[in-house]
Design a protein around this ligand. Structure first.
Ligand code: HPA
Length: 250
């Protein structure tokens, strides 16, 4: 079973043949919405819209623990592909590009970051040297190639708190820190997946130049973000479609 977490704009997978929807509860509360089960080709898929089906949950209020628990432990996902929008910092990450990052810088705060707390739970550390699963990333890159879509290989994803966008000075700092792209939802999603031992990789849609860059030098226009997002999501769906049809079952 492959899980897909849809980000802004991706509240459903058009190529998913839906078989059922299920509202699930977890020890960590309620996920962002019902799980949508179905298949793409012969691949069983479970889909969840990260911000809810009506896009009502902001990045800092997403119940990441419930989402990951529901997909991994209730639905039994063996791999998770998440989709998120980002601002481009690196010069080649221009609006409309797709990338699968290989590293993370985490600037989020106040989010529930571990399953291992409370009720006498043992303190548990995870190795997070490579935050994304390299095999799943390679499968995504191969799927993109078969789909004829350009998916940039690697890059450092900076996770910010949101929901506001960054200042130009903050983006300068992110760049000095080594960030190539900036989004609001990549953490703690990735580390929670690691805690559960489920391979996790991300497709990032560059929807805008990060603050102070390119044509975002003075202001970021939200209508343009939306336009780029809508134009890009069909490409994301095609990549996921090819991933599912690859035969290497997740
Ligand atoms: N910053 C943070 N998150 C984002 C951006 C951005 O510029 N664009 C899309 N998600």
């Amino acid at each position: 079973m492959l899980a897909v977490i849809g980000g802004s704009g991706l509240t459903q997978l058009a190529n998913l043949e839906v078989t059922r929807r299920e509202v699930v509860r977890t020890p960590f509360g309620e996920p962002s919405g019902a799980l949508t089960f179905g298949c793409i080709g012969c691949q069983d898929v479970v889909f969840l819209a990260r911000h809810g089906y009506g896009h009502t949950i902001p990045p800092h209020q997403v119940n990441y623990r419930a989402n990951l628990w529901a997909l991994a432990r209730v639905a039994g996902a063996a791999g998770i592909v998440s989709v998120g929008s980002v601002g481009g910092i690196r010069a080649d990450l221009k609006p409309g590009m797709l990338a699968t990052p290989n590293q993370i810088l985490d600037y989020t705060w106040g989010r529930n970051v571990t399953f291992h707390e409370g009720n006498g739970a043992q303190v548990t550390h995870i190795d997070f040297t490579e935050p994304y699963d390299s095999e799943l990333r390679q499968q995504l890159l191969a799927a993109a190639q078969r789909a004829g879509e350009t998916l940039l290989d690697g890059g450092v994803y900076a996770a910010t708190q949101g929901p506001r966008l960054e200042t130009a000075a903050e983006v300068n700092r992110l760049e000095r820190d080594g960030a190539d792209m900036v989004g609001m939802t990549g953490m703690p999603e990735a580390s929670l997946a690691r805690e559960l031992g489920v391979p996790y990789a991300t497709i990032c849609v560059v929807t805008n130049w990060a603050a102070g860059r390119g044509d975002s030098r003075n202001t970021i226009i939200f209508a343009k973000i939306e336009e780029v997002l809508q134009a890009s999501l069909s490409r994301v769906r095609r990549i996921i479609g090819h991933l599912c049809e690859a035969g290497d079952r997740v």
